[in-house]
Design a protein around this ligand. Structure first.
Ligand code: F6R
Length: 608
């Protein structure tokens, strides 16, 4: 989604802003723009397409001289990607500039009102209304003006604003859309996401809803919407700067795939003490966990697929019923929550609008929410009643890999914890599962070392029109993620089906040479899945099976077999997903796709 960067200080602003925006490219965008105060007036430059074009137009920012400015990468919502719709938007006289993430929901009413007052609109965006509203209320005091405008607008926003006749300051505002500010000895920064300013400042402040920040070169002041001064505590960001760089890999996605052994390890390590699982950070006692009678897991996309796996594991190991919901459905279906229910939301970014809304909906009903989150200080992390961090570090590629693996690991830990406190699992099974869990990082490493077979198959099937994934139980959950990974980065049509469900319609799509990827990691279901593989093979399909090394049944049942090392079948997802991520990656590379920034997609989806 859109990105914002702003700077005011003793350095040239444009190169810093462009550099910051380049760190947000991963979020997805289709145009970019920048505004700088050049000593007399606000000058802007915009470009459709990649940030590189804007960088070339401004000679890396050199051509826009000035010590303060705001910049934006836009992911089109209202109006096509075009120069006129790109941010910053300005008032008619060009003395006020604004960049905006989010959606102004009442913009059409406001636009009509402003048009009736004689304001002319040149873009199709909701954001332009802000520039004219700021102009309308401006009587020389930026803070007062911004606050008046905030009282008029509805929706979600993170804003960067500058006024030509107050060049000593820039402003940041936020409601329901992420925004941080930071500071070093050369100035102050605004950013919609930490990686944008990590290189310049590790001391950041999270801007809360309906707060306004006035940034000057020597420091910043926080204000409430009632113009009261606020005191904020800084947060030190622990992320390694290099974590947001490619480190020699061609794409962030490949780098992040290879980071998975470390990521899984980081999620496990702090939570296993001797033979016990310790998740003190939840602030939930064993007694309270023991009283949980039903779990609702709510998430979007890949995080939802993690939830699907979680259902099988928690129900299987801890015998607690689990409902899994897509957040955009949960939030509007007036879910029935009862005493003894626990709601878990899962989110890498911690900013996904639907997941955040589901969290709030749950809290409105008087229930607490446990968040499994990657980004420290994100909205979900701050609003959830308890948080379990996944410690995957910054994930830059749009298609999630390492955060997905970390989320899975967090759910394994929770499932084992529930099984333990409910005294459902035998001691020897518990110990054996803990051992399997701790072996996962090494086993993932091993799989990553065997990519050649996957590359061969990727070359062979990069020209496919459709690829189908089938599996039963946990294997169905893995199929969903394998299929999503493939389609989102390679643009090959793909569907995932419970293996037994294929023949209820979708099998009509199978033709000579179609590729079916069959997940078979659950021994009690091997024979059933093999029957479904036989059904598609007898209709001309080729079958690639993913199964455990010990399962020699597959040699005959499939055309190609990818083996994964032995682990407890409950944990198979963590291993089976590795070849599927690599397959999607190498197919996309084979097709010449921009793997890190697939078309139409955005990293953190901060609008509904
Ligand atoms: C797919 C992908 C998305 C996200 C989804 C939720 O590769 O990355 O499906 O999983 O948008 O995002 P978070 O986890 O940030 O809430």
């Amino acid at each position: 989604m859109c990105g914002i960067v702003g700077y005011i200080g003793t350095e040239q602003a444009a190169p810093i802003i462009l550099d910051g925006l380049s760190k947000l490219e991963y979020r997805g965008y289709d145009s970019a723009g920048i505004a700088v105060f050049d000593g007399e007036k606000i000058i802007t430059q915009k470009a459709v397409g990649r940030l590189k074009i804007l960088e070339n137009l401004t000679c890396g920012g050199e051509r826009l001289k000035g010590f303060s400015g705001i910049g934006h990468t836009r992911w089109a919502t209202h109006g096509a990607p075009s120069e006129k719709n790109a941010h910053p938007h300005r008032n008619k006289t060009g003395t006020i500039a604004v960049v905006h993430n989010g959606i102004i929901e009442n913009y059409s009413i406001l636009k009509k009102k402003m048009q009736n007052k004689g304001y002319e609109f040149i873009s199709d965006t909701d954001t332009e209304v802000l520039a004219h509203l700021l102009d309308y209320y401006y009587q020389g005091n930026p803070l007062e003006t911004i606050i008046k405008v905030l009282h008029r607008v509805e929706g979600s926003y993170a804003l960067g604003i500058m006024f030509a006749d107050h060049p000593e300051a820039i402003y940041a505002v936020r409601k329901d859309s992420p925004m941080i500010v930071g500071k070093n000895d050369k100035g102050c920064f605004i950013a919609s996401d930490v990686p944008a300013i990590l290189k310049y400042s590790r001391t950041v402040y999270y801007v809360d809803n309906q707060e306004v920040v006035e940034l000057k070169k020597e420091g910043m002041c926080f204000y409430s919407i009632d113009e009261e001064k606020l005191v904020k505590e800084p947060v030190t960001v622990e992320w390694d700067v290099n974590a947001a760089e490619k480190a020699g890999y061609e794409y962030f996605m490949l780098k992040e795939i290879y980071e998975q052994p470390a990521t899984v390890n980081n999620t496990i390590l702090p939570r296993i003490k001797g033979n016990e699982i310790v998740i003190n950070e939840l602030g939930i006692s064993d007694d309270e966990l023991c009283k949980v009678e039903k779990i609702h897991i709510v998430a979007c996309g890949s995080a939802y697929h993690v939830g699907m796996t979680g259902k099988y594991i928690i129900e299987g190991l801890a015998q607690i019923p689990v409902d899994v919901d897509v957040a955009s459905e949960f939030r509007y279906r007036d879910p029935i929550l009862q005493k003894g229910d626990m709601v878990i939301v899962i989110s890498q970014s911690g900013e996904t609008a639907d997941t955040l809304a589901a969290l709030r909906e749950t809290q409105k009903k008087g229930f607490k929410v446990l968040g499994i989150v990657n980004v420290v200080g994100s909205s979900i992390a701050r609003e959830a009643n308890s948080v379990m961090y996944t410690w995957a570090g910054p994930e830059i590629a749009v298609a999630t890999t390492k955060a997905y693996s970390a989320q899975l690991t967090a759910l394994y830990i929770l499932a084992l914890k529930f099984a333990r406190v409910k005294v459902i699992m035998k001691q020897n099974q518990y110990e054996s599962m803990l051992t399997c869990l701790q072996h996962l990082p090494d086993q993932i490493e091993l799989l990553l070392g065997q990519k050649e077979k996957i590359q061969y198959l990727a070359n062979r099937y990069a020209g496919s029109k459709d690829i189908f994934f089938i599996g039963r139980g946990i294997d169905y959950a893995i199929s969903l993620e394998g299929s999503l990974k493939l389609k989102e980065i390679s643009y090959i049509h793909s569907e995932a089906y419970p293996a037994g469900e294929l023949k209820h319609g979708t099998i009509s799509l199978i033709e000579e040479g179609s590729l079916i990827i069959a997940l078979a990691t659950q021994p009690k279901l091997y024979q059933k899945t093999i029957s479904n593989m036989t059904e598609v093979r007898s209709r001309g399909a080729k079958v690639m099976a993913i199964t455990f090394e010990s399962n020699k049944l597959m040699e005959k049942a499939a055309d190609y077999v990818i083996y994964i090392p032995e682990t407890d079948p409950y944990f198979a997802n963590s291993l089976a997903i590795i070849p599927l991520q690599l397959l999607a990656y190498y197919i996309a590379i084979g097709k010449g796709c921009d793997v890190d920034k697939p078309r139409n997609l955005a990293k953190s989806v901060t609008v509904e």
